[in-house]
Design a protein around this ligand. Structure first.
Ligand SMILES: C[S@@+](CC[C@H](N)C(=O)[O-])C[C@H]1O[C@@H](n2cnc3c(N)ncnc32)[C@H](O)[C@@H]1O
Length: 549
């Protein structure tokens, strides 16, 4: 649940989360950013679990100086950049000022969860089989820092790392009841970048907090981990396959359904032999546990294979989606660019039961996301009667063709921001619209032929459309909703859009997606045209005309 603390202009409103589970209150009530206040205002939710190393709210009240990270790895790990005032990232003041200058004085900020928020982590594995290191690189190096007590990780991730490293009582009758590491006992060497030897390169840990056999209030803290082992071999048939299977079995035996705490959801392998810094190779193999991995965000069940993009902060993403729904009127046609598995578009399609005739088109460059889209669409409520499609395409190529036929454009690009060609198309949207209205527009036809996978929400409504969405509706979006995880690129893109006078900014919201870092997630709403001042003049003229006529 979100609680709204009204604030005096020009301040930012801070929205905070009250957990359905155990909650801690960082004292204070009203939040403004100018002048800066020393104390934390928030009601903060803390996920706690039996295997959690998070502070217990009953024993560790938040300090009056704010909400601190209190992480033992802070000095050596590159993951977090600041320790204090997690509820108020450094960027927040700058963002508030930036939006105010652009006429948005009611910028809000949702503090979200401050600890245990990361539900998806990619960690490097280095060191030796007798002393494995599992964590992030030290700033500017390839030295891995062990982070067993990371305060950002969902506690289940830390527990799964622990299982990978130290294990439980494994083969204790052989080893005189000593506790040995899963890696040590199986004699699995971590990858050595210099020698290009060893087996285990990285691990991706993804937590699902959607276990419907538990009461809703217990689901978050009882999250289970999909473990993906990035293995230094070409495939599962290579010589080291036995070691890989032994490690997977070890994790499953000690963390699967027959263990004391069911921690491990599934174990996957990814095969990567490249010498570059790319984490994953192209080959994936499901080894143990459930193949299907579901999460529930934005009101829908979302399927997330390990190969597809997934948001790291599940709960914060859910808050953002709830906010986003408010900006999409019933009956809109939506294009979701940089869509991943289409979570944003599909969540919009299902947002309200009465939403009919909405059309959603998702565009994504990673073909691995297609399966996730198909699975997710299968679980959409049967009341949804929308035209929904997913396209494996590069947004930067002929971007105008993706804009045609949409009322609302949602963009959620990677950190580097929008592709220059898309920025160009949006700046020049008026002339693009004129062209689109021309029946024989070449851009139009070309894209139409390239649509490889057009899926419909319901099997029985599948029709090979004789008239595509674009042919029915050739207008271009009147609203642009920009979701950004890269503040610097957002500022640049925003300035470029506004300077074209093709768009003006109407709303902006911030979300604490990455507490402890410099980053915040932005949801910004742009409307077509140059904005209020010109509008006022125009409406003044209109009034006069009306009077005369
Ligand atoms: C920040 S993620 C957002 C994904 C999705 N909206 C979600 O929330 O799950 C950015 C996505 O853009 C995709 N992407 C990057 N460049 C792209 C391009 N040129 N065209 C289409 N998609 C692209 C990435 O593969 C990634 O899935």
């Amino acid at each position: 649940m979100s609680v709204f603390f009204p604030s005096a202009p020009p301040a930012v409103s801070i929205l905070t989360h009250r957990s359905t589970t155990t909650a801690i209150t960082c004292r204070s009530s009203l939040q403004t950013l100018s002048p800066p206040q020393p104390s934390a205002p928030s009601s903060l939710s803390l996920p706690l679990s039996s295997n959690s190393s998070l502070p217990n709210p009953k024993t560790s009240p938040a300090s009056s100086s704010g909400c601190s990270l209190n992480c033992p790895h802070f000095d050596s790990c590159s993951g977090c950049t600041h320790e204090d005032n997690l509820h108020r990232p450094v960027m927040l003041q700058e963002a508030t000022t930036f939006f105010k200058k652009l006429g948005v004085s009611d910028f809000t900020f949702d503090t979200c969860r401050l600890w245990g928020w990361r539900c998806r982590a990619k960690l490097a594995i280095r060191g030796s089989s007798t002393d494995p290191l599992i964590g992030l690189y030290e700033e500017g190096t390839h030295n891995v820092v062990d982070i067993p007590d990371c305060k950002a990780h969902h506690p289940s991730i830390n527990a799964a790392i622990e299982l990978l490293r130290k294990g439980l009582l494994f083969r204790c009758f052989f080893c005189l009841a000593l506790h040995f590491s899963g890696i040590k006992i199986l004699n699995i060497d971590p990858y050595d970048e210099d020698e290009r030897t060893g087996y285990l390169r990285y691990v991706q840990m993804a937590v699902t907090t959607y276990n419907t056999s538990l009461p809703a209030s217990e689901r978050y803290r009882s999250g289970r981990v999909q473990v993906s082992l990035v293995w230094n071999s070409r495939s599962e048939t290579s010589a080291s396959a036995e070691k890989l299977n032994n490690l997977a079995t070890f994790l499953w035996r000690n963390g699967g359904p027959n263990s004391k705490v069911h921690l491990i959801h599934s174990v996957w392998a990814n095969f990567q032999t490249s010498t570059n810094n790319v984490i994953f190779g192209n080959r994936w193999r499901h080894i143990l546990g459930e193949r299907d991995f579901w999460e529930h965000v934005g009101g829908i069940d979302v399927y997330l294979p390990p190969s597809s993009f997934g948001q790291a902060n599940t709960r914060a993403f859910d808050s953002l989606l709830q906010k986003l729904h408010k900006y999409v009127p019933l009956g809109s046609s939506v294009t979701d660019l940089y869509a991943g598995a289409g979570v944003i578009g599909l969540s919009l399609a299902s947002a309200r039961k009465c939403r009919k005739e909405i059309s959603v088109r998702c565009v994504e460059i990673n073909k691995e996301s297609k399966l996730a889209f198909e699975k997710t669409i299968d679980r959409l409520p049967s009341s949804i009667d929308s035209s929904i499609s997913w396209h494996h395409a590069d947004t930067s190529i002929e971007p105008v063709s993706w804009l045609v036929g949409s009322d609302i454009l949602v963009v959620d690009p990677p950190r580097k921001g929008l592709d220059p060609s898309l920025i160009g198309a949006l700046r020049d949207i008026k002339s693009a619209e004129r062209k689109a209205m021309t029946l024989e527009s070449p851009t139009f036809k070309a894209k139409d032929e390239k649509r490889p996978w057009v899926l419909r929400a319901r099997e029985d409504s599948i029709q090979i459309p004789s008239r595509t969405i674009q042919e029915e509706n050739r207008s271009l979006p009147q609203t642009l909703i920009y979701i950004s995880c890269g503040w610097e690129s957002f500022k640049e893109n925003c300035t470029a859009l506004l300077s074209s006078k093709a768009w003006h900014l109407t709303k902006a919201h911030g979300f604490n997606f990455f507490p402890g870092t410099q980053s915040i997630e932005i949801l910004a709403v742009f409307k077509r045209g140059p904005g209020t001042s010109t509008k006022k003049k125009k409406s003044g003229k209109k009034k006069k005309k009306n009077k005369l006529s």
